[in-house]
Design a protein around this ligand. Structure first.
Ligand SMILES: *Cc1c(COP(=O)(O)O)cnc(C)c1O
Length: 382
């Protein structure tokens, strides 16, 4: 079945209504044999239905939904790792995941190394006790693309587990499990939820691995409530149309920005100038709704944000509104300036999450903000 059909079709009995009913019970009939539904067992009707839809979108056997992306990520890592294990992760990791690794791994005796966004560098960091490789592609905020096919092949030869955070791409643009990676994790708070009004997460993979994660998840208890499952499932019905439009808008904004003298560089895998453009074209069916760009050194990113009239300066991403942030002041604020510079995050870098507005309105807004922030302050104020 095509992705757009998986987004909308449901497996419940249509005599209950076109939409799967919202089942809010936390207590279920007990006399029957077999495991009873219970929210923290991750097996209530709405939890199962939405996890199943996400699994089908990622072309996987099974999935599990959580109350946040970090609940999905932390539970998955806790479920698979034990003291003495070593993990290789990308340097360009989502800030919350980086913080989790740096502050929790030592506590259970799990060791780790960070690698740059190439398979060669990841493999060079692997040791005999390495158990797992954890990656993201495209990365935040510079949109580097990692060769997932080559990563999966080499990791399998060495019997290493692989996990990919697929939040930025969404399953509409990229399905890492089809390249042979073992697990995908999502912050559903972003594209899957897609309306900036829901916190949730997911892990997807083979039945055997998801069973292992489920056992830990029932102990940790980061389950998603029935109403949020229902809202997430409703959001998924438009995932394909939303992301398709967001891909188009991001591509148009990137091409516009690249041609402007006030812009030093644009990072978007859909641009021919992007160093990983050919790889992105091979492994992604769309290049995504995220891009970032660097203003010329004499221009202020803060002033650019202040001039915007349609796009919203806001944290987070993946919603229907176009939002922008300055990574040096948000996701990378805690990082020392020299480390930040080493991963390409200057004070002039802006990250864009393209929404669903009309491309001409967005480009007009970016255009006026670029002109306004290039004017001397006194002129801008008058
Ligand atoms: C937001 C995000 C997370 C964390 O998700 P929460 O829902 O905020 O817990 C993890 N990975 C990526 C890439 C993200 O953007």
């Amino acid at each position: 079945m095509h992705t757009s059909s998986i987004c909308v079709t449901s497996h419940h009995d249509p005599r209950q209504g076109v939409v799967q009913p919202l089942s809010t019970s936390s207590s279920y009939y007990y006399v029957d044999e077999g495991p009873q539904p219970y929210p923290r067992y991750f097996n209530t009707p709405n939890q199962v239905a939405v996890a199943d839809r996400i699994a089908r979108l990622e072309q996987a056997e099974s999935g599990l939904v959580f109350s946040s992306g970090m609940a999905a990520i932390s539970t998955t890592l806790f479920a698979l790792l034990k003291p003495g294990d070593h993990v290789v992760m990308l340097k360009a990791l989502y800030g919350g995941t980086h913080d989790f690794v740096v502050n929790q791994f030592n506590q259970w005796g799990v060791e780790y190394d960070f690698a740059s966004t190439t398979v060669e560098d990841i493999l060079s960091k692997c040791r005999p006790d390495t158990k797992l490789i954890y990656v993201e592609s495209p990365t935040n905020p510079c949109l580097e693309v990692l060769d997932l096919d080559s990563l999966a092949t080499t990791a399998r030869q060495r019997k290493l587990l692989t996990i990919c955070d697929n939040t930025f791409a969404s399953p509409i643009n990229q399905r890492p499990l089809t390249f042979g990676l073992d697990l995908v994790v999502h912050s559903g708070t972003k594209y899957l939820g897609g309306h900036s009004d829901l916190s949730c997460g997911a892990v997807i993979g083979s039945q055997v691995l998801i069973d292992q994660v489920t056992r830990a998840a029932r102990r940790f208890g980061g389950n998603l409530g029935a109403s949020d499952c229902h809202l997430l499932d409703r959001s998924l019905k438009t995932l394909d149309v939303r992301v398709t439009r967001q891909n188009e808008n991001a591509g148009r904004i990137a091409a516009f920005l690249e041609a402007q003298p006030q812009v030093k560089q644009v990072h978007y895998p859909g641009l021919a100038s992007h160093p990983n453009h050919a790889l992105a074209a091979r492994q992604m069916s769309g290049c995504g709704g995220m891009l970032s760009f660097e203003l010329q050194p004499d221009l202020s990113a803060v002033r650019f944000l202040q001039q915007l009239q349609l796009a919203v300066p806001a944290m987070s991403l993946g919603g229907v509104d176009t939002t922008l942030c300055i990574p040096a002041r948000t996701s990378h604020a805690a990082m020392p300036a020299d480390e930040r510079a080493a991963c390409g995050v200057s004070d002039q870098l802006l990250r864009v999450s393209a929404g669903l507005e009309h491309e001409q309105d967005l480009i007009a807004d970016f255009d006026q903000a670029l002109h306004a922030c290039a004017r001397p302050l006194a002129a801008a104020a008058s």
